[in-house]
Design a protein around this ligand. Structure first.
Ligand code: ZN
Length: 271
């Protein structure tokens, strides 16, 4: 992941409309002007055609990469400084600290009719390694399948900074060790002095407003808090759609803890 873009390339992409900027309400704003102090702005790169193949099935989606402008401008500033000092080899240091979120678009957003949406929190162990300690991997694949098969269209917003419900991969590794000592997924967070769930969905809300406006949509989630968080950020027309998959012996306790915490899962779901 390398988040710095050369200024001449940035300029060219902005001219072509492939690098845009939106405000918190999902409205397009001038990509050149500095946002008001304290205002949230998101830069978006795309569309990038991305042919996908997972579990023998193929999907054609458009990929957009998005990043908060505050983080982006800090990286740009640092990169300019480094270039002046001929410190280009240090550019890679910039890459890790920024959350670049992704949007995968199925179909044409202007023709969507009550589309199916998944806001998926990144999970390296589940999504990439296939870990069965959680159900993130199967939930992601199932979201691809369900949205692709749905004539209404839809999108997946992949939140890259949401590892371990927002605590980061390093802390998540520690909570796994605490869980192996007998604590459940939420107790382990509390033992570390961390919130049960520290995910920030404000960028997801802005991206939904940009691609969907005020139109109604269906959200694939078992988590009512995710719906409440999006509603609190002005995304109103949400119908929650259950998204149970990947349940097995390795994650039964984890899912029971989620159910007891408020996720809409019943005994039949957990098995
Ligand atoms: Zn996971």
């Amino acid at each position: 992941m390398f988040t710095y873009i050369d200024p001449t390339v940035r300029e060219r992409l902005a001219e072509q409309g492939k690098l845009i900027r939106i405000d918190a309400d999902g409205q397009r704003i001038d990509p050149h002007s500095a946002p008001e102090p304290g205002a949230r702005a998101i830069s978006i790169l795309g569309p990038i055609p991305l042919p996908l193949e997972r579990h023998g099935r193929r999907y054609n989606v458009l990929w957009y990469a998005s990043v908060r402008h505050t983080e982006l401008s800090k990286a740009t500033e640092l990169a300019d400084e480094l270039r002046e000092q001929h410190g280009q080899q240090s550019f890679a240091l910039l890459a890790d600290s920024m959350a670049v979120n992704s949007v995968l678009i199925f179909g044409r957003p202007d023709r969507w009719d009550n589309p199916l949406v998944r806001v998926h929190s990144s999970c390296l162990t589940g999504d990439v390694f296939g870990s069965e300690r959680c159900e993130c991997g199967p939930q992601f694949i199932s979201a691809l399948e369900r949205i692709d098969a749905d004539s209404a269209g839809g999108m997946i917003i992949y939140m890259s900074g949401h590892e371990g419900r927002g605590i980061g991969l390093w802390a998540k590794a520690a909570t796994y060790l605490l869980q192996d000592g007998g604590e459940n997924t939420y107790q382990a967070n509390r033992s570390m002095g961390l919130a049960d769930d520290s995910r920030d969905f404000s960028d997801a809300a802005s991206l939904i407003k940009y691609f969907l406006g005020d139109r109604p949509f269906r959200l694939l989630t078992n988590n009512p808090k995710k719906v409440d968080d999006l509603i609190a950020m002005g995304v109103k027309e949400i119908t929650r759609v259950k998204h149970v998959c990947g349940v097995g012996a390795a994650n039964k306790r984890y899912l029971e803890a989620k159910r007891d915490w408020g996720h809409k899962l019943d005994d039949a779901d957990i098995g």
